[in-house]
Design a protein around this ligand. Structure first.
Ligand code: GLA
Length: 421
């Protein structure tokens, strides 16, 4: 487990070397999300962390260590196996890609054994497959796994990433000495990326690291970041997925309204296709990540994935809910007996509804809903066509406002519906 390091004592304020032009530009931008024209719908792609972690042992485990070979193989598969065409565009490197030290010019460098051709070469390869390349760095003195941090090097690192052809930066928050330098660092890097002139999606963990000390100011965060992690790292387990959903429900009043085109809450990676979730639990993760307008960053092994998990991850109807251009995050509006009901407004007056069976014993349970209670009473007024998207597609037909709808849901599973007027 990674232990986040905080030292309360010394107050180290990171220098904000704002150029006047950037300031003018920033004030013109106005109020809403980071206006770099990116992430207008939630980012989709692949990120190595949950599945491959910090595996440095390419001798013993050549196929699982963090190396250019791993990313080139994933890039090939993303292009050849339908992932890119389904929308999974960003192939992202997480921690542990770096050499233990910066080079003589102070620049970050990839580990020469594991990335012998360098990141620029990898970016060219990834781009040749019609994909984009993401990379990882840290706002503090070290990354969470102990590699060089960007503190004191924000401008240099942003320029290095731009020169390499990087398209997304995941900026972690370990080893930052206090909340002032955390905020200043996240802002500084956002501006530094912007100044490079390259389009780089900016993925933050700012609120996650701030929360133990301060209530996050999401207006500030959405100004500077395209998405932001709020809660713990996802693990390949049902407990982990449940804890993320529970946290989201508890905090939804605060976080749902700040999400929108250009800025999203990030509940962390999709672990579908790994070891820890049953089929129904994988359906629940996919359905709820769609309702939450979450970035869809898979962390799995595309070389060995079941056709069932692949079909779930590539389900066009569910991806369409996640990527809906209205860009409103869904929320949980009812919890009763053993069920939780979530809904999300979609473009063209459509709605998505997810019903979770929270019971983890016994068999499938039936749940009956008043049609008039869905979509704030508006979704089916005077009537709507209902399609079940998950666990499998079914055209349920036309429902008038006065009717009820009965669903049957497996333990820990979810039924995802689309309602159209
Ligand atoms: C933190 C982040 C994870 C991952 C690791 C890498 O724990 O939250 O997503 O990036 O660091 O060390």
């Amino acid at each position: 487990m990674i232990v986040k390091f905080w030292s309360g004592g010394m107050r180290l304020v990171c220098e904000l070397a704002l150029r006047p032009l950037a300031l003018v530009f920033w004030s013109i931008l106005g109020a809403r999300a980071l206006d770099n024209g990116l992430a207008l719908t939630p980012t989709m792609g692949w990120l190595h962390w949950e599945r491959f972690m910090c595996n440095l042992d390419c001798q013993e485990e050549p196929d699982a260590c963090i190396s250019e070979q791993l990313f080139m193989q994933m890039a090939e598969l993303m292009a050849s196996d339908g992932w890119r065409d389904a929308g999974y565009e960003y192939l992202c490197i997480d921690d542990c890609w770096m050499a233990p030290e910066r080079d003589s010019k102070g620049q970050l460098q990839a580990d020469p054994q594991r990335f012998p051709s360098g990141i620029k070469h990898l970016a060219n390869f990834v781009h040749s497959k019609g994909l984009k390349l993401g990379i990882y760095a840290d706002v503090g003195n070290k990354t969470c796994a102990g590699f060089p941090g960007s503190f004191g090097y924000y401008d240099i690192d942003a320029q290095t990433f731009a020169d390499w052809g990087i398209d997304l930066l995941k900026f972690d928050g370990c080893y930052c000495t206090n909340v002032v330098s955390l905020a200043d660092g996240y802002k500084h890097m956002s501006l530094a990326l912007n100044r490079t002139g390259r389009s780089i999606v900016y993925s933050c963990e700012w609120p996650l690291y701030l929360r133990p000390f301060h209530k996050p100011n999401y207006t500030d965060i959405q100004h500077y970041c395209n998405h932001w992690r709020n809660f713990n790292d996802v693990y390949d387990s049902w407990e982990s997925i449940k804890s993320i959903l529970a946290w989201t429900v508890i905090n939804q009043k605060e976080i749902v309204e700040v999400a929108g085109p250009g800025g999203w809450n990030d509940p962390d990676m999709l672990v579908i296709g790994n070891f820890g979730l049953s089929w129904d639990q994988q359906v629940t993760q996919m359905a709820l990540w769609a309702i939450m307008a979450a970035p869809l960053l898979m962390s799995n092994d595309l070389r060995q994935i079941s056709s069932q998990a692949k079909a779930l991850l590539q389900n066009k109807d569910v991806i369409a809910v996640n990527q809906d251009p209205l860009g409103k995050q869904g929320y949980c509006f009812r919890k009763e007996n053993h069920f939780e009901v979530w809904e999300r407004p979609l473009s063209n007056l459509a709605w998505a509804v997810a019903i979770r069976n929270l019971q983890e014993i016994g068999g499938p349970l039936s749940y009956t809903m008043q049609i008039s209670s869905l979509g704030r009473g508006l979704a089916c007024n005077p009537g709507c066509t209902i399609t079940q998207l998950l666990p499998e597609k079914a055209h349920l037909g036309f429902y008038q406002w006065t009717l009820t709808l009965k669903t049957r849901i497996n333990p820990s599973g979810t039924v995802l519906l689309r309602l159209e007027r």
